[in-house]
Design a protein around this ligand. Structure first.
Ligand SMILES: Cc1cc2nc3c(=O)[nH]c(=O)nc-3n(C[C@H](O)[C@H](O)[C@H](O)COP(=O)(O)O)c2cc1C
Length: 256
């Protein structure tokens, strides 16, 4: 018996086949896009780490090669300061780790206004051309005026002097609070020191401008003091007792 495509059964078969074809196409496209999204995320991570570490000669074409040659991601426990075994660290989801109750801790003195933080944090060790450790890049984030500001801070081997910073994601007002991303402001952090002689966090964003000879002072930006205060708070938090203080002591004791 010939199949009648104009019958009810024919219409049903046509509809089912069309639905199957469309769902395969959507699943296939989602898979391809997922992979592309991952690659883009890794690329952004690599670029931001290299900016924070102030690595010279990085271009659009060579950043992956430079990253792979010089940078080692390491997962560390903030409680013990010790490394934690982990695979695929480039794809480690820091934000997820920070909100999952099984992998995070509530913060008792929440000056950065982030509520919880991951127990294990991915840091990056960056070598120079001779293969010796030059910079340690630490993730930092906290609430600005409107948004959580995410960044990386590159520390020299003394784990006190800033090599470079990058704030790569925020929702502060364009033209006002987005100075955190401007290169001329970011570069003023180079050479500044986080801690003072007694080991207290001393880096200050100074309203009206820091004295150039002040090793702890970074210029504030007038008209955007509240974003600056957010950056100050996140520095105070991450370099304090509930942030990297333990890790920094451990790394220093181990000669990094
Ligand atoms: C629409 C609007 C958006 C603003 N966005 C920001 C911002 O992103 N960051 C910020 O620090 N201040 C922002 N401000 C300004 C703050 O409300 C506040 O006046 C300023 O931070 C104070 O800085 P000052 O003490 O240097 O004057 C904004 C103000 C307005 C009206």
């Amino acid at each position: 018996m010939a199949f009648n495509k104009d019958s009810i059964a024919g219409t049903m078969v046509f509809t089912i086949v069309l639905c199957l074809v469309c769902s395969f196409m959507i699943t296939g496209t989602a898979d391809v896009l997922k992979e592309r999204k991952l690659v883009k995320k890794r690329d952004e991570l690599m670029r931001n780490v290299l900016v924070a570490a102030n690595v010279e000669g990085v271009t659009h074409d060579n950043f992956r090669e430079i990253f792979n040659a010089k940078v080692t991601p390491v997962l560390v426990s903030l409680e013990t300061g010790e490394p934690v075994a982990a695979e695929n660290l480039l794809d480690y989801d820091t934000n997820m780790a920070a909100i999952n109750p099984e992998t995070s801790s509530k913060i008792s003195k929440d000056i950065a206004k982030i509520k919880t933080r991951a127990n294990n944090i991915r840091i990056f060790k960056v070598n120079n051309d001779q293969g010796q450790l030059q910079t340690v890049v630490l993730p930092v984030y906290g609430k600005g005026l409107w948004s959580i500001i995410y960044g990386f801070i590159g520390m020299e081997k003394d784990l006190n002097t800033v090599e470079g910073i990058v704030f790569y994601e925020h929702g502060e007002t364009p033209g006002i609070g987005d100075f955190v991303n401007r290169e001329e402001w970011r570069t003023t952090w180079h050479g500044k020191q986080i801690y003072n002689g007694t080991g207290a966090v001393a880096l200050k964003i100074v309203k009206g401008g820091a004295n150039p000879s002040d090793v702890n002072g970074v210029d504030g930006v007038s008209g955007a003091t509240r974003t600056g205060a957010g950056v100050q708070n996140l520095i105070n938090f991450w370099f304090g007792a509930e942030g990297y203080a333990n890790l920094i002591e451990k790394l220093k004791a181990a000669g990094v």
